[in-house]
Design a protein around this ligand. Structure first.
Ligand SMILES: [Zn+2]
Length: 263
């Protein structure tokens, strides 16, 4: 089973339209992603009233508090043999007419990395954008902008993960058939960085890619008045332990605080 085959499997989750019009930038890995707008003549941004069903348009949970919640949730997830029982029926009723997620997670489409599970959340807590290799096209970046502007999210997490099939495929080949080729090509910048860094090239590439995507969001995202309020960070999810490694290197370990927060 090749890495490409497993990558193709995960691609079934990805909308095909507009898939990755990302171009490598000469000599600047951090800015290699150039997001193109949808190629539909006359298409414009939806009016705010239409674009924000249930949104409140105001700042929600600040980034530090949102990150603390994610860390506590990941501690609960990684330290428990079973997922906590959650009041989903009550939560459906609470969120049916409006959503107020406290963080955006830009994840990989890999079936082993659902952010809602990894951070032990219930309905309405996370606004999740996923594609193989964490890559963001105009639709993905627009989704992030929407969550910030209309839903009040102020923390954006790019969550890379151990043994990512997309990065593994990009390490093995510079191109691939079909639309997988777009993924593999646009991950080459991270692969190059991973190869020149000390340590495991795949782990390096995965972490470098998450940092690059975070940089892309910061540079290309249009967040209006919220631009000064948001925080964009990258994390690395360990498939074996369930623990997310955050900037600074060490996962959070706050059992006392985490134990008291079950949703
Ligand atoms: Zn992946």
């Amino acid at each position: 089973m090749s890495a490409c085959l497993s990558l193709r499997s995960s691609l079934a989750l990805i909308p095909i339209m507009g898939l990755l019009c990302l171009l490598p930038a000469s000599g600047d890995a951090a800015s290699r992603h150039e997001v193109k707008t949808p190629a539909v003549a006359g298409e414009a941004a939806p009016p705010a009233a239409h674009a924000a069903p249930g949104g409140h348009g105001a700042a929600g949970v600040d980034p530090a508090e949102a990150l603390a919640r994610l860390k506590k949730g990941n501690w609960r997830f990684s330290s428990a043999p079973f997922s906590n029982g959650k009041p989903v029926a009550d939560r459906r009723a609470e969120t049916g007419q409006a959503q107020h997620p406290y963080a955006v997670v830009v994840g990989c489409a890999d079936s082993r990395t659902p952010p809602e599970l990894i951070f032990d959340t219930n309905l309405g807590e996370l606004f999740v954008v996923r594609a193989a290799g964490n890559l963001l096209d105009a639709y993905g970046l627009g989704s992030v902008e929407y969550a910030v502007e209309h839903l009040g999210c102020r923390l954006i997490v790019v969550l890379g993960h151990e043994r990512c099939g997309a990065l593994k495929a990009a390490l093995g080949a510079k191109d691939a058939p079909g639309h997988v080729g777009a993924l593999v090509r646009d991950l080459q910048g991270a692969v190059t960085m991973g190869r020149v860094m000390p340590g495991d090239p795949l782990v390096n590439a995965i972490k470098a890619n998450a940092v690059q995507i975070a940089t892309q969001i910061q540079k290309e995202g249009q967040f209006g008045g919220a631009a000064g309020e948001i925080q964009v960070i990258s994390g690395y999810y360990d498939l074996d332990t369930g623990v997310v490694e955050w900037p600074g290197g060490e996962p959070e370990d706050e059992p006392a605080a985490a134990a008291g927060q079950g949703h």
